[in-house]
Ligand binder design. Structure first.
Ligand code: AMP
Length: 381
């Protein structure tokens, strides 16, 4: 892969302003990491109040495709990043003409569409399970025949946390699902009878150096990430494979910034599920368990600093606190905050709703089973 030669290889000095597209919790934690390093942050988000704007120096309240607002952002900021993948690629390109934008628009564009993502994996000989692009209901039957008898239909764009996807076991179910998604472009994936799911969060800097965080074991509930265990309880050989695949992918993309790579582990082999061109929920453990967090790395790569070498101080679990838990009778933050070596990060969202990510707790300790037991005791009480 040819080395990246950006226009400006001088890191940004403290006092510079970093822009972030999106005002959610990932933007908030990016902003907190940036201010620790002396940078100011400007958030672009259409909402009057947002978790990120609450803790940032500036807020441009506008839609993500508002050219005047994007021009203002480019004037105020020295570099821009994004905290979600569905920001219009045209907006990133518009900004790219003016200031450094990491991750680059071409990477974000691939991550925005599951079919582009899958084609990229295949084109670069990266491991991926059987799948097919579906743009018309007539393609479903043939595609399903090439699979194992059970498949997952997913919308190509805008799916998250299990939304826009359906497990199907016959053609009638598939046709119903395709119609219920509004006949939009989809991908049909063979159902993977995985042993576990893992992710690798890594950072790649403007010089092409890559540093990966330890491999994370992910457990989902109702399509939403519930719990992470780090290091993942998989053989070392599988961990090595996962890191190698993630690094090869970042290099093939000429990626700059923080990249999350989600994978299935099946019979000792990893295969790619999807990528996120940003810090990821499964990387939240880094905030307390490592010498640098994924948000520190996002700031560093955006500011043109080299990626930091990563050390994990202690094993960790990360538990996602959804609105469901907060709305439960008798829920008390203190129960979580009083657990031994527990770090609760609250996102400042005004209203708890079912399925809404409100906070997360990182628990550190050498005995993962006892960490799991203590979190279980709090959430079932
Ligand atoms: P995704 O939005 O693609 O990350 O999917 C959400 C979750 O659904 C994944 O983390 C898996 O637990 C499950 N899932 C997605 N795709 C498949 C598949 N092809 N086979 C089995 N489970 C899947």
């Amino acid at each position: 892969m040819t080395a990246i030669v950006p226009d400006n290889l001088n890191p940004l000095e403290p006092g510079a302003t970093l822009g972030v597209l999106g005002g959610g919790q990932l933007g908030r934690m990016f902003s907190q990491a940036a201010s620790k390093m002396g940078y100011k942050v400007c958030v672009l988000d259409p909402a009057e109040n947002s978790p990120a704007a609450e803790v940032s120096a500036y807020h441009v309240e506008a839609e993500f495709d508002d050219e005047l607002a994007l021009s203002n952002l480019a004037q105020v900021c020295d570099a821009v990043t994004t905290e979600f993948e569905n920001v219009p690629a045209d907006s990133l390109r518009f900004l790219e003409d003016k200031i450094p934008v990491y991750p680059p628009s071409h990477s974000v564009e691939i991550a925005q569409n599951r079919n582009k993502e899958k084609s990229f994996f295949k084109d670069h000989n990266l491991p991926v399970n059987s799948c097919a692009a579906i743009t018309d209901a007539s393609q479903l039957e043939l595609a399903f025949k090439t699979m194992s008898g059970k498949a997952v239909l997913k919308t190509a764009r805008f799916g998250y946390d299990g939304k826009g996807q359906q497990v199907c076991e016959n053609i009638t179910e598939l046709q119903t699902a395709f119609e219920s998604f509004g006949n939009v472009e989809c991908v049909l994936e063979d159902f993977v009878p995985f042993d576990c799911e893992v992710s690798v969060v890594l950072a790649r800097d403007v010089h092409g150096n890559i540093e990966a965080f330890p491999v994370v074991e992910n457990q989902h509930k109702n399509g939403i990430l519930d719990l992470c265990i780090v290091p993942a309880r998989v053989p070392e050989e599988v961990q090595k494979q996962a890191v190698l695949v993630a690094k090869s992918l970042a290099e093939a993309m000429n990626y700059i910034g923080v990249l999350a790579v989600e994978m299935f582990v099946c019979d000792g082999a990893v295969s790619l599920n999807e990528i996120a061109p940003r810090p990821h929920n499964s990387g939240h453990f880094t905030m307390d368990a490592c010498n640098y967090s994924q948000f520190d790395q996002q700031v560093r790569t955006l500011a043109g600093l080299p990626v930091a070498r990563i050390i994990q101080y202690q094993p960790a679990i990360m538990y996602n606190i959804l609105g469901d838990l907060i709305l439960k009778n008798g829920f008390e933050w203190q129960a979580l905050q009083q657990l031994d070596n527990s770090h609760v990060h609250i996102y400042g969202k005004a209203e708890a709703r079912i399925g809404r990510k409100m906070a997360h707790a990182n628990l550190l300790g050498n005995e993962v089973d006892s960490l799991l037991a203590s979190i279980e005791a709090v959430i079932t009480n």
